[in-house]
Write a protein that binds this ligand. Structure first.
Ligand SMILES: NC(=O)C1=CN([C@@H]2O[C@H](COP(=O)(O)OP(=O)(O)OC[C@H]3O[C@@H](n4cnc5c(N)ncnc54)[C@H](O)[C@@H]3O)[C@@H](O)[C@H]2O)C=CC1
Length: 485
């Protein structure tokens, strides 16, 4: 271990680390070994109150700064984050178990991108002017106030930044609750923002389990909640937010299709299927876990995929040649193993994997099922692990109908050299993010979010500003006021 993974304290409130040992124990387990690398505490109701009060106090002055001033702080934070990428990536690896090979390029770097991007946009926030004869109307883009971010465990740094950057750019303050499974990295984001000049109270981190999240969502000082999590949690959070008419962004789960036509580049399609199922050990919401391969190339696809899977290297995630890590927790491994057993029991053909490698920690082999039928459990439910299901199909119409036959609508991909077909197919897909001849690329410039049960609202891209601000319309009369009597 190159440095201490135990943070100074569990929470970061009003610009400082805060501890309250009365909160429930929250141990941090390194998934690659099962060792405890830090011991934290969940926030008590008193601490939750303190964090929201700090955010409330800080918000007017933060909103009163110009966008250029706010943006400068966010962009400075992006620079610090990039300078410390290695340290932050190692911490992310301890938090999640993801191999350093991945965390070096996909976590703090993506967080820094969001801080830089929204830091730049902050200075451009503006309303519009509408002339109506002599009278006119102007709109003001105003912040929502105190906002809450709640994170999942797969991309702790990225999720914290994807929420905080646009929220803060718009003049909101935030209380962020990381997943209880991965509490470490958001504290570093808070530290870096402070170092970059963020006023105290603008970004706060409180730790805790679901009830701490529920406490934040239910607080009447909070005006917006952005959740990254599962659909069942999304239902609860959305309902609780609705009670007080709070705005929400819901980034939830998926069961996304990746459709590969006969004319696709086989090698590229196999690469994309690997990225869409085994990156981050399959713990990615937008993963293309239903891989539909047209009948003419299905055998060749499975053969080449099986060969390529020999390139999987498990081991110490800090070894940069390791390209496949453990599951985030023992519990998540058990959930995934349960799905694999069901796949076998329901008659899917296990092509490769399915077992537990002989090593300490929460490892599971990359797993491929073929001959999967649409009504099998593994074809319908989000697994959130390294399990790919391969389906056959004959025609474009059939593929589109089956691709859309899910309650989810987060993402989808299509591989074909026929670009007219690609665009036609994408137009018919019910998914928030679609890729043509690639998969799972999510640059900060691209709006990201789900259709159907996969979510509400969008993160990233310029459109995110609309989800972190509200419009005020001002009508200005230049003449006399007419009245009927
Ligand atoms: N669409 C997207 O952008 C992404 C979605 N996900 C989804 O996240 C899920 C995996 O993450 P998990 O952490 O297991 O999800 P989860 O739904 O169990 O937890 C998410 C967060 O919500 C909190 N929470 C739980 N109950 C709550 C309540 N009643 N009120 C407020 N907060 C509550 C948890 O403590 C955690 O911080 C998967 O379904 C995955 O698809 C993950 C990454 C990205």
């Amino acid at each position: 271990m190159s440095y201490d993974t135990q943070p100074e304290a569990s929470h970061f409130i009003d610009g400082a680390y805060v501890e309250d040992e009365a909160g429930a124990a929250l141990p941090v387990i390194y998934p690659a070994t099962g060792a405890t690398v830090a011991n934290l505490h969940a926030a008590t109701p008193a601490l939750v109150d303190r964090a929201i009060a700090a955010a409330k106090r800080a918000q007017p002055a933060w909103a009163a700064m110009t966008g250029t001033e706010r943006g400068r702080i966010l962009r400075r934070a992006a620079d610090i984050m990039r300078e410390r990428n290695r340290e932050l990536s190692e911490l992310e690896t301890y938090d999640t178990g993801k191999p350093l090979q991945e965390t070096l390029v996909a976590d703090a770097t993506s967080g820094a991108d969001a801080l830089e991007y929204f830091g730049g946009i902050a200075a451009t926030l503006a309303g519009e002017h509408i002339q109506l004869g002599e009278d006119f109307i102007y709109t003001r883009r105003e912040p929502l106030g105190v906002t809450v971010g709640i994170g999942a465990w797969n991309y702790p740094t990225q999720i914290a930044c994807w929420k905080a950057a646009p929220a803060l750019a718009c003049g909101n303050t935030m209380v962020f609750k990381p997943s209880e499974t991965t509490p470490l990295c958001a504290l570093k984001v808070a530290e870096i923002l402070k170092e970059a000049g963020l006023p105290d109270g603008v970004f706060n981190v409180v730790q805790g389990y679901g009830e701490v999240g529920a406490g934040l969502v239910g607080d009447d000082r909070v005006s917006k909640v952005s959740l990254t999590g599962s659909v069942p949690t999304g239902r609860k959070v959305y309902a609780a937010a609705a009670a007080d008419m709070k705005s929400v962004t819901m980034e939830l789960g998926g069961k996304s299709p990746l459709v590969i036509f006969d004319d696709a580049s086989l090698e590229d399609a196999v690469s994309a299927a690997i990225n869409a199922n085994f990156y981050s050990t399959g713990q990615v919401c937008s993963n293309g876990t239903r891989v539909f391969v047209q009948d003419g190339i299905r055998d060749a696809f499975i053969e080449r995929l099986s060969e390529r899977l020999k390139g999987v290297k498990m081991g110490d995630p800090m070894d940069q040649s390791v390209n496949f890590g453990p599951m985030v927790s023992e519990r998540q491994r058990e959930i995934v193993e349960g799905f694999i057993s069901q796949g076998v029991a329901e008659g899917a053909r296990l092509v490769t994997g399915g077992g537990r490698p002989e090593r300490e920690g929460f490892w599971i082999e990359p797993t491929v099922f073929a001959d999967v039928k649409d009504d099998m459990t593994i074809a319908r439910e989000e697994i959130f692990g390294p399990v790919m299901s391969v389906f056959g199909f004959a025609t474009e119409e059939e593929a589109l109908e089956r691709a859309n036959a899910t309650v989810y609508g987060l993402s989808a991909g299509v591989f074909t050299r026929d670009l007219a077909r690609a665009h036609r197919f994408v137009a018919g897909l019910q998914a928030g993010s679609c890729w043509i001849n690639t998969y799972n690329l999510t640059p900060v410039e691209a709006p990201f979010g789900g259709m159907k049960m996969s979510g509400v609202g969008r993160e990233n891209g310029q459109v995110a500003i609309e989800h972190w601000s509200q419009l005020k319309t001002v009508y200005v009369a230049m003449g006399e006021v007419e009245a009927p009597f």
